[in-house]
Design a protein around this ligand. Structure first.
Ligand SMILES: *Cc1c(COP(=O)(O)O)cnc(C)c1O
Length: 229
């Protein structure tokens, strides 16, 4: 038996404890509630419990929820793999996109972002685990991509995102998250200051916060286990 408000509170408590444990202010870490596969009513319930930012992986599903819940004024983040033929819907309906891993997609999002909307907040997804199956740009290509994305007029480059492969090895996980932080420092040294590290999910948010996460993306711990992956 899960209750969204009590799960949310438990996740907030975990974030606060993890931030304090490494000497960070809990307010530095924003919670993105990942609502993929859950109906609009579940999002409404989380919103009633004070959650404002929601993450979706599938374009049509996310747009449908954003439209159904337009009365709530929520903030929508696109976090899934993005094909270039779906960019227009994302540019029109979302406030953030976390999964940019090639320039073509970023250029289309910028070109398709309506002039009356604020620039689309963007993160570059970096493949920190080096697995061929995972999406994300290779770390050695991330700096060049970041520079190019930062130059696009209707995107606002905010930071970097990663999804490390699942592992029980705490040192390895810390190293994976550390790749993002190192890249952020390198970009800052080149004059490209980014305020966002989007990393950490239900099972590893503590490690991500210790490594500098500013947005943790949490689904299962809030809404329960998804029926399909
Ligand atoms: C599903 C998903 C999450 C949330 O994962 P949980 O393990 O359910 O917390 C976070 N980020 C991305 C990109 C996802 O696809």
């Amino acid at each position: 038996m899960t209750s969204i408000p009590s799960n949310l509170q438990a996740v907030r408590d975990r974030i606060r404890a993890a931030a304090r444990a490494c000497g960070r202010a809990p307010e530095e870490v924003a919670l993105l509630a990942v609502s993929k596969t859950w109906p609009a009513e579940a999002v409404r319930e989380a919103a009633a419990a004070g959650q404002r930012a929601f993450g979706e992986n599938y374009v049509q599903e996310g747009c449908a929820k954003a439209e159904a819940l337009a009365d709530l004024g929520l903030e929508w983040h696109f976090i899934g793999p993005l094909q270039s033929n779906k960019t227009r819907l994302v540019a029109q309906h979302f406030h953030w996109v976390h999964s940019i891993d090639r320039l073509k997609v970023a250029e289309r999002l910028s070109a398709q972002r309506d002039a009356h909307l604020p620039p689309l907040n963007a993160c570059i997804q970096v493949n920190v685990s080096g697995e061929e199956s995972k999406s994300g740009v290779a770390p050695q290509e991330a700096v060049a991509l970041a520079r190019a994305v930062a130059a696009l007029p209707r995107l606002r480059l905010r930071g970097l995102m990663c999804i490390p492969e699942p592992t029980e090895d705490a040192a390895l996980l810390a190293a994976r998250f550390g790749v993002l932080r190192t890249l952020q420092a390198r970009l800052a040294a080149e004059g490209l200051a980014l305020d966002t590290l989007s990393m950490g999910m239900s099972h590893d948010l503590e490690a991500a916060i210790a490594a500098g996460a500013t947005i943790v993306r949490v689904g299962t711990a809030i809404f329960g286990a998804r029926r399909q992956a």
